[in-house]
Design a protein around this ligand. Sequence first.
Ligand SMILES: Nc1ncnc2c1ncn2[C@@H]1O[C@H](COP(=O)(O)OP(=O)(O)OP(=O)(O)O)[C@@H](O)[C@H]1O
Ligand SMILES: [Mg+2]
Length: 347
Amino acid sequence: MRVLGIETSCDETGVAVYDTALRGAAALRAQALYSQIALHAEYGGVVPELASRDHVRKLVPLVRQTLAEAGLAPADLDGVAYTAGPGLVGALLVGAGVGRALAWALDVPAIGVHHMEGHLLAPLIEDGDPVHGRPAPPFVALLVSGGHTQLVAVEAIGRYRLLGETLDDAAGEAFDKTAKLMGLPYPGGPQLAALAERGTPGAYRFARPMIDRPGLDFSFSGLKTQVLLAWRDSDQSEATRADIARGFEDAVVETLAIKCERALDAAGSDTLIVAGGVGANRRLRERLQAMAARRGGRACFPRPALCTDNGAMIAFAGALRLQAGQHDDAAVRAVPRWDMASLPPLA
Ligand SMILES: Nc1ncnc2c1ncn2[C@@H]1O[C@H](COP(=O)(O)OP(=O)(O)OP(=O)(O)O)[C@@H](O)[C@H]1O
Ligand SMILES: [Mg+2]
C-alpha cells in the first residue's frame, strides 16, 4: 500500500510517501520538508495566520515534488494520511483539506493522524539497530517536542496510557525560551544545544525540577527563571553563555533520564523509545542509551531528521491504520486538542 503523508500542524510543511510493500529504508520512497522558520523569525515565534497561508502556498507543489521523487503518479497512491491534530486549527485545515480532497478525487481512503502518534511511531519507521531490529510494543515512550513532554506506556500500537506530562513548559519550549533570554536568535533550541557542547560541565548547576516528588510529571518553567537570574548576574561573555547552556542542558537531560527510568520501572519494561524534536539532542540520546543499557534494555530513537516534524511519520502512522482497515468519513477533520488515549487500537 502506497500512502501519501501530509503534515501541516504548525510551522513545517511535510510530505512523504510510505510503501508498505517495501522493506527497510526503501519503504520511505520520498519525502520533502519546507520549514517556515525564516517567515516567523522576525516575530520571535509562530504567527498562526501566516503559518496557514504559507501551507496553502507550499503544500500542493511539495506533493507534486514528492510524488515525482518517488517516481509515482497520483493514481499510484492507495491512501492519504494527514495530520488531523493536535495543532494550529488553520494550519491543520490546509493539510486536511488538501489530503481529503485528493483522496476523494483518487477514490482512495483517507485518515486523519494524531500528530503525537506520528512522533511516537517515528522510531519504528526504519529497521532499528542490526542486532535487535525494530522495537515492538510493549514499551515506554518519551515524547519531547516543542509543545509536549509526555511519558506514555505503549501496550500496543494505538493503545496509549499517559504516565506523566509537563505541568507547564514543554522540554523543547524550555530550550527555545532559555535560548531567547540569552540572546540567541529564534528558534534557539538547537543553537543552545550546540553552544552547550562548548560549555564547561559543572560551571553552572541548576536544580533538577520535581525529581524529589513522586509521580512522573515534569515542570520546566522554573529552570528558565534560574537561567535568567544566572545570566543577568554574569559577565555575559561568550564563554559564560556556553557554560550556562551546558548547565541548563544537563539539568533537562538528567531530569528526563531520572523520570524515564522511573517510568520503565512503573511499566515493568526495559525498552524506551524517544521521539520529538528534543530527541535530536546528542547528550539526551547518550544519557538515555546508557541508562537503558545499564538495565539490560535499550533506548531507541529516530534519526535526528525524523525527530522534528516531518511527513514521513504521518505517512507511516497512517499506513499502519489504513492497512488495519481504518479510515475516516468523507469529511475534513481538524482536531486542535486531541487526547492520544482516545485513539482506537490498531487491531
Ligand atoms: N538538538 C536539540 N536539542 C534540544 N532541543 C532541540 C534540538 N533540536 C530541536 N529541538 C527542539 O525541538 C522542538 C521542535 O520539535 P518538534 O518539531 O517535534 O516540535 P513541535 O512540532 O513544534 O511540537 P509538537 O510536536 O509538540 O506540536 C523545538 O522546541 C526545538 O528547540
Ligand atoms: Mg511536532
